[in-house]
Ligand binder design. Structure first.
Ligand SMILES: Cc1cc2nc3c(=O)[nH]c(=O)nc-3n(C[C@H](O)[C@H](O)[C@H](O)COP(=O)(O)OP(=O)(O)OC[C@H]3O[C@@H](n4cnc5c(N)ncnc54)[C@H](O)[C@@H]3O)c2cc1C
Length: 312
């Protein structure tokens, strides 16, 4: 089955790729999901905010998803990394790091985003345990606690008011020049949010739980959690290699149906959105899968029409 000309290859087996696989399996399409297994949320213990799965571990989420999808016999999983894509709509050729090759009619890029290396000493130790990137994912667990926000400039002026909905015990560390206007500094002071500009020397923690943020000027800021914005890159350079338009935030440009600028290539999940949440990624995967399926069915329908006309 796997050596056939497949209907769809899905690159990436996170919530976006898995939900797409579920929909396409139920639509009786021959699908291979190729996943190298490096999801961005691997650092975290629990996924929150996914209805019926609130608090589930990322690995258990994937296991349950695969078990559910295994009910549909036309979907296969391959643990591998896609290294190249050639061809055009209807005839894509996919090559993997282990030397596997697949051909397919349509391609779904559900490759997620990845964090660039964290440059603050000690931050890796607490990331996903008491330092987080999204208050909707992890704000509830840190409600009313003293928190440090590491951010600067416009990003900070968005982040601080949002996080203030979970706690009013906020301190800002800009980790160097803050990029704030006088008005923005005044705004933070008005909301009793202290701002420290000194570079961060290190994050002091025990067993992944932050105890204090230590600045180069000697200041120590005790806290129970951190919110920060890491620099991100798209999960793979395949979109650029294929020629897909990529937007200013590094995500694949798609229309409201998940179509990229390249015919036959779709994208879903974090890789194509600035809203990084598992349920949002799953929803995008579901939509893209339905659109892909509609297109495949329509193409097959029209081909039959043409053949019938030729016979007459
Ligand atoms: C610390 C942290 C905590 C989070 N907590 C939550 C939370 O509580 N609730 C929530 O809703 N969201 C949370 N998120 C966000 C959530 O993890 C993402 O929104 C979601 O995983 C995106 O799903 P995705 O399918 O788009 O990508 P991913 O889950 O990242 O999956 C993409 C997959 O594609 C694979 N891949 C990439 N390139 C290739 C290639 N060339 N070949 C083969 N495979 C490839 C990757 O290895 C990866 O397995 C958190 C994120 C982080 C970083």
């Amino acid at each position: 089955m796997i050596n056939e000309h497949l209907d769809v290859v899905i690159i990436g087996g996170g919530p976006a790729g898995l939900n797409a696989a579920l929909i396409l399996g139920r639509a009786r399409k021959n699908v291979v999901v190729i996943d190298e297994g490096r999801p961005r949320n691997a650092v975290t213990r629990k996924t929150h905010g996914f209805l019926t799965r609130d608090g589930i571990s990322p690995s258990e989420f994937r296991e349950i998803a695969k078990k559910e999808i295994s009910a549909y016999p036309s979907v296969f999983f391959v643990a591998d990394t896609v290294v190249s894509v050639a061809g055009t709509d209807g005839h894509f050729q996919i090559t993997t790091a282990l030397g596997n090759t697949f051909t397919c009619k349509k391609l779904l890029l559900a490759i997620g985003m990845r964090d660039l290396p964290l440059d603050i000493p000690g931050l890796t130790d607490v990331y996903g345990k008491s330092a987080f990137v999204c208050p909707y994912c992890d704000g509830w667990e840190l409600r009313d606690e003293p928190l440090v926000i590491i951010n600067k400039g416009e990003g900070l002026m968005h982040f601080a008011p949002v996080i203030s909905g979970w706690t009013n015990r906020l301190t800002v560390c800009t980790n160097g020049p803050d990029g704030l206007t006088e008005d923005q500094r005044e705004e933070l002071q008005l909301h009793q949010v202290p701002i420290f500009d000194s570079p961060i020397q290190y994050i002091d923690s025990k067993d992944g739980i932050v105890r204090q943020v230590v600045l180069e000027d000697g200041t120590k800021i005790p806290c129970r959690g951190i919110f920060f914005k890491p620099d991100l890159a798209i999960g793979s350079d395949l979109p650029q290699a294929i020629g897909c338009n990529v937007g200013e935030f590094g995500t694949v440009e798609i229309d409201s149906f998940g179509k990229t600028s390249i015919p036959g290539v779709y994208s879903a999940g974090d890789a194509a959105s600035r809203m990084h949440q598992a349920i949002a990624a799953a929803s995008m995967g579901s939509l893209a899968a339905a659109v892909i399926n509609n297109e495949l069915n329509l193409e097959a329908w029209r081909k039959t029409d043409e053949q019938e006309w030729m016979k007459r």
